[in-house]
Design a protein around this ligand. Sequence first.
Ligand code: HEM
Length: 357
Amino acid sequence: MTHHDTLQELLADPRVGKNPQLWTVFREGRLPEGWPLINFVTVPGMITTDGDDHRRLRGLVTQAFTPRRVAALQPAIEARTVALLDRIAGLEGEFDLREHFAYPLPMQVIGELLGLPPKQQDELHELSDTLVSSSATPEAAVAAQRALFALLASVVAAKRAEPGDDLTTDLIAAREDTDRLSEQELVGTLLLMLVAGHETTLNLITNAVRALLAHPDQLELVLNGTASWSAVVEETLRYDSPVGQFPLRYAVEDIPVGDAVIRRGDALLASYAAAGRDSGHYEEADRFDLTRKPNRHLSFGHGPHFCLGSGLARMEAETALRSLFARYPELALAQGPAPEPIGSFVSNSVRTLRVTV
Ligand code: HEM
């Protein structure tokens, strides 16, 4: 699904589901050993369920992930941004903005939201990176998923012993009050929140800085107040979608699409990066244009699986970008070869973003 309009229709189409049992190849055990995207298909949680099961799992997180809790994070986001910018001031000359700014901010924020131990955040990030990197060896991907499950299960055990004011504690309470969440689903949900909650925002901040520095005329528009930081965030989401592709969906019945038919039991892949550059939908789709109106992209998904963290991601990215360019208006891309892409089917960004201040 690469065209904007087709993608939008199919994401909300009840003839398309996310339960892997709908996929003939999976149900018949025909997936090759070590297939690299297996984690996305089998992780227990809301991204692999439909209908009532999906509503139950999503409802529990929505309850815990309230707008109040998100809004309450704003002062912490501001404070962490300032602390990171102070640290950057200590880095002489050229440095990797992805490593020193775009990564730690969302990781610290999701860590705070979930109540993760700060000391284990780098380890969690490395495991999560391996999980979303479709170029990791199958053994490494499976080992990463196991290690992440074990680590998050130990966080759950610690929170059971000593509850905190965080989403993990709320989910444990939901599990114990009503038994509406199995232990596997609880840990699977934490894993999803951890991965979805920081890899994506990390890419968004990286891609936005890269696009602004590569388009000085657009940067000027936002620095002189003609365009807003919100427009930067929305245009980056469209132009360089942080989630490139998201696996997988399955046809519940035969679905005619244009001249083709998606057969019942076939898999579908949502390509958000391609949809954002669909020239049939956007004028001059390949142009990074902060004055684009309207700019209703699909980069947070659409339909029942629409991103639960879009409000948080927007708030974090806007705060990060506004504060970064207020402190370092002279920020520039470092000389040298173009940065390499991450090498992931899912996560769309560059491995490093070397800049100078
Ligand atoms: C720039 C940042 C982000 C982007 C681009 C993004 C993108 C997406 C997309 C495209 C989907 C739909 C996947 C699909 O079904 O095809 C999604 C779902 C989801 N996102 Fe995000 N996301 C971002 C940030 C976050 C954050 C910060 C959180 C949580 C703290 C989060 C939590 C989730 C969850 C839980 C789902 C699954 C919802 C469901 O299956 O019902 N996301 N996101």
